[in-house]
Design a protein around this ligand. Sequence first.
Ligand code: BGO
Length: 684
Amino acid sequence: MEIARKVDSKQGEIVVALAGNPNSGKTSIFNEITGARQHVGNWPGVTVEKKEGFLTYQGSEIRVVDLPGTYSLGAYSEDEVVARDYILFGNPDVVINTVDASNLERNLYLTTQLLEMGASIVLALNMYDEAKKNRVEIDVDKLSKILGVPIVPTVATKGEGIKKLIAEAIETSKKGKRKPLKIDYGKEIEEEIKKIQSLIETDSILKEKFQPRWLAVKLLEEDEQILREVEKLVHNENLLNQVQNSLKHIEEIFGEEAETVIADRRYGYISGLVREAVKKHPTFEERISVSDKIDRIVTNRYLGLPIFFLAMWMVFKFTFVLGDPMIGWIESLFEYLAGLTGRWLMAAGVSELAISLVTDGIIGGVGSVLVFIPNIFLLFFAISVLEDSGYMARAAYVMDRIMQAFGLPGKAFIPLLIGFGCNVPGVMATRTLENKNDRMISVLINPLMSCGARLPVYVLFASAFFPANEGTVIFSLYILGMVLAVIMAKVFKKFLFKGQSAPLVMELPPYRIPTLKGIFIHMWERGSAFIKKAGTIIFGVVVIVWALSNLPVGVEYASQQSIIGRIGSFLAPIFRPVGFGTWEAAASLMFGLLAKEVIVGTLGVLYGVGEEGLTAVLGSQWTALSAYSFMVMTLIYIPCVAVIGAIKRETNSWKWTFFAVGYSLVLGWIMSFIVYQGGRLLGL
Ligand code: BGO
């Protein structure tokens, strides 16, 4: 530090007193401010050491008086009396109160006493490094505002903040006396303070020497030294009698000495202060112990699974209750956009075919997929909350037992979980499994995890046919996918990939309150892929579907005679037994191979969605049962091309890739058949 220091003192200098708890770093601050050249003597009449140091800072001559370290300003020790007397009668221009920031509550007790005395103080929030290390976050500005004093964070051992501290001390010394802090000691005590205070104010000597309210409190605290001083100065029987009466009265009311009640109130004030301005982030160990407690419930043998399903159900409720109203808004927006563009293109003299491409094909097709943006983002938002909080790791842990029962290690649940977002990274995440057989099984069952791309199909059909139970219906599809995945795992393990699975060793990170920023980033990472797909693959497919709907030339748009109509008609008989043998459904499933959202886009184009929207059109061609059967088919049948590519990469085998495609197609048909025919048998 470049501060000029000198040892001799003179008139006009600024006198700075240093007060603070023992071990608050007072000596370190004193040394940092004044350097090694200090003057050491004794306080008069006592054996307490007195240290002084001198410096010149930006033209100001400063004398720093190091007061003994104390926790309070009572009369319990020579140190306390020396410190208090110096502040009361030594007339320092300013007091630098060193406070251990990592132990703020205890240190502020002395601070409040200094403030009650009306001392001009600057708070050195020392050991700021320790506070940070202990995850104590102090709102310095707020604390400073509440206490009405400047506060400077310091790290005395590194000299950090010292210059600012000196500058603030000089600044404060120029402001003169400050209004004493008035702590509310509660109705009963305040009444007694008032009585004593008014008697003090009638005594000119006392009033001159002491701050009346402070003296009244000290008398109620039965501060012996102050009492002796008062007795020496005045012979005011009234005052002393009043003090005795007040003490008796307070003790009667509270059953405790006034001093204890006053100290309690002071601590109460400090604790409120700390609550306002200090945030204690739990340490790693503390978080671990809280996490342990939560885990005892969340991963409990009996409660774990129901809690997991409840959490997932709530995720879907949240997604659809909040998201569905928005679908209508976006639908209207696209309808408006299609109408506007159509009129605009017509006015510009563009051919009818081109107008149809833009409005029916592009806006209608891509729009019918994009309306699901709110649902997709809300779903990823909710899943990100579960992941970022640390719950998803617990879900994998809970699922471990079930996975083991079906012949897979618990760790295999993680690629499955990822598959809920998109099966491509889900398939890729199977690399974390050590055992080759486990890896193969996990790859094959991953497409059964319902990825985000299937969601638009579910939302479309569920909102049209199950408006009252939309979330539950969609939830049932996710569960169906999971159940089929574990059953297929068992089958594959038994017949195709025999062997033992490794037991689960999985770290459970402590729970965290997720940050909004983190959640939004994760939500965006996943959700934006959907928007990108809408702009690329879905856009492309929609144009192809539109073209095939218009060919051969002269055919009625999107009619059964168009190419797409013929392809659909050719495939339709396959789907007749499962409830949706229309050429539109067959064509949409065929194009869904490219990306499952395309199913919706294709239906959008084929039904030539007009004013009433896709949802309304469906009602005339489908029933609730065939709609559910179609959703089951969408969930299970053939993974999309991107996933097929990932499977080929991970298995490095065309044989297993074709197997994955083939088994899912057969399984999809069988499950839809069971749903549809079973439903019909039940009279649905
Ligand atoms: C020892 N940050 C940190 N981390 N430590 C500080 C700071 C700070 O801002 N300020 C002071 N300390 P005193 P009082 C010590 O002496 O100034 C440390 O009683 C040790 N000594 O270095 O003496 C300071 O005058 C061996 O630590 O306080 C000192 O108010 C091991 O806090 C202690 C560890 O400072 C008290 C620490 C032989």
